[in-house]
Design a binder for this molecule. Structure first.
Ligand SMILES: C[S@@+](CC[C@H](N)C(=O)[O-])C[C@H]1O[C@@H](n2cnc3c(N)ncnc32)[C@H](O)[C@@H]1O
Length: 152
């Protein structure tokens, strides 16, 4: 999805939310983006940085809990959120923190597994429906349905 949606964007500043081991951040950096890649996992960030020798200087790896530490406001031309487990909450403060990081005219890319694919993973402790889906975000932003793209 990153390739399909970001491949034609002009490089600028990107935020990779929950970057994991950094594949998306590196893909962006190799295309000229300057990337801030944030994850709560030190292990993931260490592995990401180890794989990033050719992109050094273009990716800033940062350890933060994005549910409690929002990124800078209006700082990123692209905010890329792929498979980031963000639990719904009243007031949506963590989600708004991520949405507010996009510059005016910038791009928000939000990808999740579909709820039907996740139905088998429901447990006593965790229900996939407790996490934000693209529809929630479109609704919060007041987007028309045609502004929302669904990929298989
Ligand atoms: C399913 S992985 C997705 C990794 C990557 N974005 C991808 O698409 O392959 C979710 C990542 O989000 C990170 N994460 C979960 N909660 C977080 C939080 N509150 N703040 C920052 N990172 C978090 C996890 O450590 C994990 O690396």
């Amino acid at each position: 999805m990153l390739v399909a949606e970001a491949g034609d964007l002009s490089p600028g500043q990107a935020l990779d939310v929950g970057c994991g081991e950094g594949a998306d951040a590196l893909w962006l950096a190799r295309r000229g983006w300057r990337v801030t890649a944030v994850d709560v996992s030190e292990v993931a960030l260490r592995r990401a940085a180890a794989a990033a020798a050719d992109a050094s200087g273009r990716v800033a790896w940062a350890r933060d809990d994005l549910t409690t530490t929002p990124p800078p406001v209006r700082a990123f031309d692209l905010v890329s959120i792929h498979y980031f487990p963000l639990r719904r909450e009243p007031g949506h403060s963590a989600l708004y923190g991520l949405l507010d990081a996009v510059t005016p005219g910038g791009t928000l890319l939000f990808a999740t597994h579909s709820l039907s694919d996740l139905a088998a993973h429901r447990s006593v402790d965790s229900d996939p429906a407790d996490y934000y889906q693209p529809d929630d975000i479109a609704q919060l932003l007041g987007l028309e349905p045609e502004r929302v793209t669904f990929h298989d």
